[in-house]
Design a protein around this ligand. Structure first.
Ligand SMILES: NC(=O)c1ccc[n+]([C@@H]2O[C@H](COP(=O)([O-])OP(=O)(O)OC[C@H]3O[C@@H](n4cnc5c(N)ncnc54)[C@H](O)[C@@H]3O)[C@@H](O)[C@H]2O)c1
Length: 338
């Protein structure tokens, strides 16, 4: 069994930690690190983690880990990745790998330097989702012909909008493209094998205009073209009234695919005084529950079998670069080459 430590026990870190404790027998969560005492208490009391730390470096130096999951914010992530890799600890890091291209380039250099003996994977969990894997198989078998157009929605539920507005007043997400569209950008690269060649981004704040003051967006749109000519629309946002809307449509010359065209929570239809309805998936931990488990299982297997994971630091860098070009396009109001 692999000994794992985690840093960051916020929304994302708790999801990974709970998965490792409850659903992934290949690993044992033996250490946790956070700057918040209540999160360390949570790790001890609810997750049964033996050792807790307020210093990441101390955890890496002392906890005798096989691998570490880095789910602290993107501002501190690059230095944590480099420290862990240099100490020979296999590293799984959440997306994005950092806030700037320069910081991520340093991460890529360090990952490349140690890649023969230390594994690294970035948290693009959609690559591990059964529905996206099925769609990829269909594309690769030629069933839908050549891809002409992709439309992707990635919109958080309105229930999280207030907390996002508070977060945006005090912290830096890197912008909606960097924080959210990065998943769709990676997904499209992975599904098509093509790169983004040009983008035009626009955005607006109608529900919470105060987001203008902190330079954040409630809804952002990107029109893009890939280097083979295929066309793309991305819609990312933080205000879906009905739940968590992650939907991808792929139009080919011989057929179309829609993944979660209606983002249903499950197969249950409810018949009640409102009529007949299906509930929507509520949030990212629910929609991608199995994918979050599978990405850690996949990483553990790569370590055991000495294979390189497929979601690489280079993938993290390229997706970030495209997302940053989207942000520049938004700010300058022009189409930008990637
Ligand atoms: N893959 C996905 O779909 C997905 C979804 C949500 C968030 N994320 C990513 O996960 C990361 C965390 O997001 P979140 O929503 O959990 O954030 P959060 O603010 O809820 O949690 C951040 C955590 O980092 C810890 N932390 C910060 N600085 C630290 C330091 N110096 N040392 C130790 N701990 C430190 C804090 O204690 C906190 O537990 C973000 O970068 C985000 O992009 C990914």
């Amino acid at each position: 069994m692999l000994r794992v430590g985690i840093v960051g026990l916020g929304r994302m870190g708790k999801t990974h930690a709970q998965n490792m404790v409850n659903h992934i027998p290949e690993v044992k969560l033996v250490a946790a690190c956070s700057i918040f005492e209540e999160e360390l208490l949570y790790a001890k009391e609810y997750l049964g983690v033996e050792n807790t730390y307020s210093s990441f470096e101390k955890m890496i130096d002392e906890a005798k880990l096989d691998f570490v999951v880095i789910a602290a914010g993107a501002d501190v992530r690059p230095s944590m990745i480099c420290y862990a890799m240099e100490k020979g600890i296999h590293t799984f890091a959440e997306k994005p790998l950092g806030l700037s291209e320069e910081d991520i380039k340093k991460v890529v250099e360090v990952v490349e330097k140690y890649k023969d003996r230390v594994k690294f994977q970035v948290g693009f969990m959609r690559r591990f989702d059964a529905d996206y894997l099925y769609a990829k198989e269909k594309i690769e078998s030629g069933e839908i012909g050549s891809i002409v157009y992709i439309r992707a929605y990635g919109i958080d539920p309105s229930s999280g909008l207030d907390s996002f507005v508070n977060f945006a007043k005090n912290s830096n997400s890197g912008g909606i493209y960097h924080d959210m569209a990065i998943h769709d950008i990676d997904l499209i690269r992975w599904l098509t094998g093509c790169e983004f060649s040009k983008v035009w981004a626009v955005g607006a704040n109608f529900a919470r205009p105060e987001l203008d003051e902190v330079g954040e967006l409630e809804t952002g749109i990107v029109q893009a073209q890939l280097n083979n000519g295929a066309m793309v629309h991305l819609v990312v946002g933080r205000n879906a009234p009905h739940g968590y809307q992650v939907e991808t449509e792929i139009m080919g010359t011989k057929g179309w695919l829609r993944i979660a065209g209606v983002p249903e929570k499950n197969l249950v239809t409810i018949y009640d005084h409102t009529g007949v309805r299906r509930e929507c998936s509520a949030n990212f931990p629910e929609r991608f529950k199995k994918a979050f488990i599978e990405e850690i299982v996949g990483f553990a297997r790569c370590i055991k079998e000495n294979r390189n994971p497929q979601a690489s630091a280079q993938d993290g860098l390229i997706a970030t670069r495209v997302s940053l070009v989207c942000q520049q396009s938004l700010q300058e109001g022009i189409i930008k080459e990637c």
